[in-house]
Structures are given as C-alpha cells and as structure tokens.
Design a protein around this ligand. Structure first.
Ligand SMILES: [Zn+2]
Length: 120
C-alpha cells in the first residue's frame, strides 16, 4: 500500500529535483518496477494533475514547474534547467500564500543581488 504511494511521489520528486522531463525510457531506467505498475502510477499522477506529458519536452513533467513560462525578470523564454523558482512571501503571510516566480538563473542572481537578499 505505502509502496504504491511512494512510487507516485518518487516520480514527482525525481522530475522536480532533476528539473528534467522524463520519458518513458527514463522512467523505466530510473524506477526498477513492473511496467504496468509504472503506467498506472503515471495515469494516477496525471488524473490528479501532478504531472503532464509534454510532447515538446519529450517526457513527463511536473505541473509544479511551469515549462512554458517566460522569465519574470527579462521576459525571455526559459529552457528546462536554466531557471530558478523564486518564492516571495510577503511579511505576515503564510507559506501557502507565497507567490512563486520563474526566472533565468542569471536573472535571479542579478535581481537578488539588487534586493540584497540575506543568506542565513
Ligand atoms: Zn531572464
């Protein structure tokens, strides 16, 4: 039972960690599981809107990462793996109210230097 849930969460975690769309072959390589079980996990995740298949990316992609987004700073297109998600949480609000922005790594570095972000 718990093993079933963990396959789904492992798939999402892997996509989000690597910031890379995973093709069927990638998934088969990454998760050493029965292919029917893998197919079922992908269906469940798609039904719940956790992942979607992107033909352009050539694989499954986490819904939490907006592939088609443009950079919040410069407005340019962002390729996979070339961006950061920056979460901005206004003082007094909860984490759930935080707004996430997608931007190029170079833009994030330029902007946060300007913001004077404190490292903790
Ligand atoms: Zn940019």
């Amino acid at each position: 039972m718990s093993g079933e849930n963990s396959l789904e969460s492992r798939i999402v975690t892997t996509i989000e960690r690597t910031r890379t769309a995973l093709s069927w072959d990638d998934l088969v390589d990454e998760f050493d599981v029965d292919e029917d079980r893998l197919d079922e996990a992908l269906s469940t995740l798609q039904e719940h809107g956790r992942i979607r298949y992107s033909g352009r990316q050539g694989g499954y992609w986490s819904s939490a990462i907006p592939v088609d987004d443009v950079c919040a700073v410069c407005g340019g297109h962002i390729d996979v793996g070339e961006y950061r998600r920056v979460s901005v949480r206004p003082r007094g609000s909860t984490d759930a109210e935080a707004e996430a922005y997608t931007m190029h790594v170079r833009c994030q570095e330029a902007v946060t230097r300007g913001w004077g972000v404190q490292r903790r």
